[in-house]
Design a protein around this ligand. Sequence first.
Ligand SMILES: [Zn+2]
Length: 217
Amino acid sequence: MPEGLAAVQARIAQIQRFSQSQRLPAARSADSAAAVSFADALAAAGAAGAAGAAPGTGAVGKPVMPVQGVDINSLQTHSFNNVRDSGKHAGVDIFAKKGTPVVAAMSGELVEASWNGPNPMGGNRVWIKADDGTFHYYAHLDSITVKNLPKGTRVQAGQQIGTVGDSGNAKGTPPHLHFSVNWTQGGSGNGYKGENPVGNPVDYLRTGLAGMQTLPR
Ligand SMILES: [Zn+2]
């Protein structure tokens, strides 16, 4: 049995024991700290699976949906690369009620979590360097949960990093998360003009980096 799979099974057993000990219905266990452990285990299993892959593919498991409660099949894949007045749209807009939790799509290191300064395009936004080597951009947040944490702080897949909003140049539009996956971290004030997309983020969310068609770096 692959080491990663054994780790996942051990974690699932741990979560089940936790849920039972807390008398949580199954659905409630998603709210518990155990869910974070589960996400860790999935990431670990992905990393173990990727160990046999060609070096440089950067595959580290499958990402999680960054907006709580959203079905991936509801995402508008065509919103990627739409041409808008401020340039090509480098991400996907994931619509949800204002205040809906935004979680890290993949474990990684916090790069930036703040208002983006005098240029308001992204508004409250977070950059995370994911463990597959890509840079994830989360913009138009209403609030930032991981605000002002030091650069390099570890963030786990599934961990809340903020809430859905309409900050920045999305002010007054239906609340949404602008999510993009990039080869580099964009300029701090450049909104999606500063993004350097790996490809369609919807494909990324479905398969992870290894399974998708990528754009040149
Ligand atoms: Zn957008």
